[in-house]
Design a protein around this ligand. Structure first.
Ligand SMILES: NC(=O)C1=CN([C@@H]2O[C@H](COP(=O)(O)OP(=O)(O)OC[C@H]3O[C@@H](n4cnc5c(N)ncnc54)[C@H](O)[C@@H]3O)[C@@H](O)[C@H]2O)[C@@H](O)CC1
Ligand SMILES: Nc1ncnc2c1ncn2[C@@H]1O[C@H](COP(=O)(O)OP(=O)(O)O)[C@@H](O)[C@H]1O
Ligand SMILES: [K+]
Length: 467
């Protein structure tokens, strides 16, 4: 599991560790890790560190201090290092002295001839986007030169990934002690590039955000055993599709058939289309361990949603099924419930604008899970899964923007419903489903069709269980 921690948690852990270490020791550890990554990049780009040109963008706080001490290390290895301050009156004094002693210099304008730019403007102390002085420096980063962000790209909110104004876009981010949520959640995540974690010895409690890895997924996937039969593996029922949208039913069934359930049952008006494509499907009402309701349902089907929610099977509600959901009904349920809105549907469930959900995805998914007393999977460029009463929000590390194509969400709902039928909790079914779905999409490559994602699911499953 990859874990991420809020600024408050990181600062508390830092305070605790600093009390036991000589003054400045943590910053020197951070700077050593940062300098090593920069040296590696320079060596790859130019063959050596000696003679390369490094520009440091230096903010007023300790983030700038890290950059200055790392710059001093690079200068000692023969790099030409220039520090450009955001505010010449406020630069980390020790870092500046170290850089000067190593032969580095300070300039007021960003040199345009550079092999590497180090973004040390703002770290976890940054609030909001870059203000004009920092933004002016970021704008002058010469095009095509690799940018290494110190701790996080400046202007990205460490706790949420929000980008509230001008911000740096990095190729590499060297982060200290722990991943910050903003490095894993968009829009921040897409500003961070490849993230390197430098261990500075922090001892950390429960994370605020976590991301599954292959081994976690393999541990959660329901694999059949010698004593399995199709009923014990779980039956998933799909209530999806309409005369207008029969394809949604086919795609949800396509996902469900690859999610490990022993059987898939379809209930709805698209049975002919479903059977024509998947003769494995059982048709008509019957006992299931989990229902998926919503994809392509169209209008006027609220009664079916209410019936399914009144039952004692696990339920995944998606798309049209999410309209007008009553929090009290969901809260009263005892079996697992998983909601899978995209940002527009989440906005309707919360009574806010779509833009506010997009800008604050982490807060939105937490509020949804609390209000509805269910696990909630918020789809989008970084898919998040929250469940009420659980501290950590899961962020999905797989996927590709090619998934933004009609019908891919239907495949996901079938898949995650199948995992629910296999006995996973709402949060596990959602996060494992999103992981496999994203992996299958990456394997398929773009431009992709939703049914191809479903077809690539067995290979994605094997990637995680037999890497
Ligand atoms: N605390 C520690 O033990 C360690 C901290 N480290 C570094 O220290 C950083 C945090 O340092 P600081 O707490 O000094 O915070 P920052 O270096 O992030 O900068 C904070 C200062 O920038 C200004 N500022 C905030 N938002 C701004 C904005 N939008 N535009 C312009 N100026 C703004 C404020 O004056 C604020 O005091 C970490 O990100 C990390 O890089 C590392 O050295 C590792 C050890
Ligand atoms: N920019 C993006 N990058 C990565 N994945 C995306 C992006 N936009 C959408 N997705 C994913 O694509 C799928 C789209 O689902 P959804 O919005 O329900 O579409 P549909 O209802 O047409 O199937 C979700 O899994 C979502 O997380
Ligand atoms: K930074």
């Amino acid at each position: 599991m990859r874990t991420a921690y809020s600024v408050e948690t990181v600062r508390a852990a830092e305070r605790e560790l600093m009390a036991r270490l000589p003054e400045g020791a943590l910053m020197l550890r951070a700077a050593a890790g940062l300098a090593a990554v920069c040296a590696g990049l320079l060596a790859r780009r130019r063959g050596r560190v000696y003679g390369s040109r490094v520009v440091l963008l230096v903010g007023p706080g300790d983030n700038g201090g890290d950059a200055l001490y790392a710059g001093a290390r690079l200068a000692r290895r023969g790099a030409g290092v220039t520090a450009v301050p955001m505010d010449p009156e406020r630069m980390h004094a020790g870092g500046l002295a170290a850089l000067r002693a190593a032969g580095g210099r300070v300039a007021q304008a960003v040199p345009q001839r550079a092999d590497l730019v180090v973004d040390g403007l703002l770290g976890i102390g940054g609030r909001g986007g870059l203000r004009p002085a920092g933004a002016a420096l970021a704008e002058r980063i010469p095009p095509g030169v690799p940018v290494v962000a110190v701790d996080l790209p400046s202007g990205v909110d460490a706790d949420t990934g929000e980008v509230a104004g001008p911000a740096v876009t990095a190729d590499v981010t060297v982060t200290f002690g722990a991943y910050k949520p903003g490095l894993l959640i968009d829009p921040g995540a897409s500003r961070a590039g490849a993230v390197h974690l430098v261990d500075i010895g922090l001892e950390l409690p429960e994370p605020e955000v976590e991301a599954l890895q292959h081994a976690d997924v393999a541990g959660l996937l329901p694999e059949p055993t010698a004593s399995s039969d199709k009923y014990r593996r779980g039956v998933v029922g799909i209530v999806a599709g309409s005369a207008q949208y029969p394809g949604a039913a086919v795609l949800a069934v396509a996902g469900a058939l690859r999610g490990g359930a022993g059987a898939v049952r379809y209930v709805g008006p698209a049975a002919d289309s479903v059977l024509a494509r998947y003769p494995e499907t059982l048709i008509g009402p019957g006992r299931v361990q989990a229902w998926v309701i919503g994809p392509g349902l169209g209008e006027g089907r609220a009664g079916e949603v209410a019936d399914v929610l009144a039952g004692d099977a696990a339920v995944l509600v998606d798309a049209d099924g999410l309209r007008g959901l009553d929090p009290a009904v969901l809260r009263a349920r005892t079996a697992p419930t998983l909601l899978t809105p995209h940002a527009g549907e989440a906005a309707a469930l919360l009574g806010v604008s779509r833009e506010s959900v997009e800008a604050g995805r982490l807060a939105a998914v937490r509020r949804l899970a609390e209000r509805y007393g269910a696990a909630v999977l918020l789809k989008g460029s970084t898919t998040l899964v929250a469940s009420g009463g659980v501290r950590a929000v899961r962020v999905n590390p797989t996927g590709t923007p090619w998934l933004a194509t009609a019908g891919s969400g239907d495949v996901l709902s079938g898949l995650a419903g199948s995992l629910l039928a296999g006995g996973l909790s709402g949060a596990d079914a959602g996060s494992v489903g999103a992981y496999l779905h994203g992996l299958a999409a990456r394997r398929t490559g773009g431009p992709l069709l939703a049914h191809q994602v479903a077809e690539a699911l067995p290979a994605a499953w094997r990637d995680t269980t037999h890497p």
